[in-house]
Design a protein around this ligand. Structure first.
Ligand code: GDD
Ligand code: MN
Length: 367
């Protein structure tokens, strides 16, 4: 089979398919996309994160009879957004389409999206479930509600640029992607939101409605972490990169650590410890708790193990002690200025958190 090239002037369409365990879907998808596109010249780049079900082998087999299909197999990395960008950067086409492998995105819309791109001279064409003519199929009320909340939160970031900011099905000019690629957050699933909010100029956006279908084979990879990553993306973009997502995680861990502190303090008090002894134990316990959680989650990509993890714990205790001094120092300054205990307390806490985060990021999890 060869790529149809009926119109030599029309730009090549590169279809990027991120996959994780989609072995059963990929061959039928290639056929369905080919049938839908007819005479439009296209190539497909599957970006597979070393799937345990060997999706990459299936793509390689398909590629033997479909030379315009290829696979990028990423080893040691995970993530939908970064997979999509990696595929787009390897594309030959001037127009890039992004769609899921599981048939939830209606491939018969691709020609309409492509036409809208060209006829309306759009930068971006979003396949929308929420525009007129679109739909979400047979979602249960919980999923519909979650999607609704996420869509509203997306609007905070990009206004009404599109009716479906959470869509994973869209077409974009490769030049538009290239112009903002350094500013992308690449957190989690929300690549469209990322692209729109990172663009240095207002994009011309067209929409094509479609109805979200049920997944054909396999399972969704969406979990709680996907929602957390979405929150990080919002925070990072809303603060214009000022508040790194890692800092948010660090502060959440710190907040939980305060809870641990209070539990230990009150618990030891109840069994007869003096305040000083209970408070000292609570500080130690909370520090250890914070250290373990930060090592597991906040700095999961730089996790310390073995003897390094033990040294790290001591270093963390030292950093936190200095942070506590900074906290008290700033609070003392603030109380002289404002005479308000709450404001002074908050100022001290912010100082302590920022100090701890900066020192921990560079000194403990620095590599
Ligand atoms: N390379 C790679 N790496 N691909 C991934 C990864 C990953 O870590 N995680 C998921 N994928 C692939 C899947 O194999 C699938 O092709 C596509 O990304 C979407 O993943 P699903 O797990 O099927 O997501 P979903 O159906 O729950 O979510 C979809 O709908 C949402 C809207 O409700 C996605 O399109 C989202 O982008 C969209 O927001
Ligand atoms: Mn899906």
């Amino acid at each position: 089979m060869t790529t149809p090239d009926a119109d030599d002037h029309a730009p090549l369409l590169s279809i990027i398919i991120p996959t994780f365990n989609e072995a059963a879907n990929i061959a039928p998808l290639v056929d369905a996309v080919g049938a839908a596109l007819g005479t439009i010249a296209w190539e497909m780049i599957v970006v597979d994160d070393d799937s345990p079900d060997h999706t990459f082998d299936v793509v390689a087999a398909v590629a033997r009879t479909h030379p315009h299909v290829r696979c990028i197999r990423r080893v040691g990395r995970r993530g939908l957004a970064s997979a999509v960008i990696e595929g787009a950067l390897a594309a030959n086409g001037d127009v890039v389409a992004v769609m899921d492998a599981d048939f939830q995105h209606d491939e018969t819309r691709l020609p309409l999206m492509y036409r809208a791109m060209i006829d309306q001279k759009a930068d971006l064409v979003v396949a929308t479930r929420y525009g007129s003519g679109g739909g979400v199929g047979d979602w249960d009320p919980t999923r519909a509600a979650i999607s609704d909340v996420a869509t509203r939160m997306g609007r905070i970031l990009i206004g009404d640029a599109t009716t479906d900011p959470m869509s994973g099905f869209f077409m974009v000019r490769r030049a538009v992607l290239a112009s903002s690629v350094y500013d992308l957050s690449l957190q989690g699933y929300k690549i469209l939101l990322d692209i729109i909010s990172s663009s240095p100029r207002r994009l011309r956006i067209a929409e094509v409605p479609y109805t979200f279908r049920g997944r054909r084979e396999g399972q969704s990879k969406i979990g709680p972490m996907v929602f957390a990553e979405f929150l990080f993306l919002l925070i990072e973009k809303l603060s214009r990169g000022l508040i790194p997502p890692r800092f948010v995680l660090f502060c959440i861990v710190g907040g939980l650590g305060l809870g641990v502190h209070l539990v230990i303090l009150n618990g030891l008090g109840a069994i007869g410890f003096s305040f000083l002894a209970a408070q000292a134990s609570a500080i130690g316990g909370a520090m250890l708790f914070n250290y373990v959680l930060n090592n597991e989650f906040t700095y999961r990509d730089k996790r310390l193990t073995g003897i390094n993890a033990v040294f790290g714990a001591f270093a963390f205790a030292i950093v936190c002690s200095i942070g506590a001094l900074a906290n008290v120092g700033v609070a003392e300054l603030a109380i002289q200025q404002t005479d308000n205990w709450s404001i002074a307390g908050i100022a001290g806490a912010i100082m302590g958190a920022v100090f701890n985060f900066g020192a921990a990021s560079s000194l403990i999890w620095g590599r």
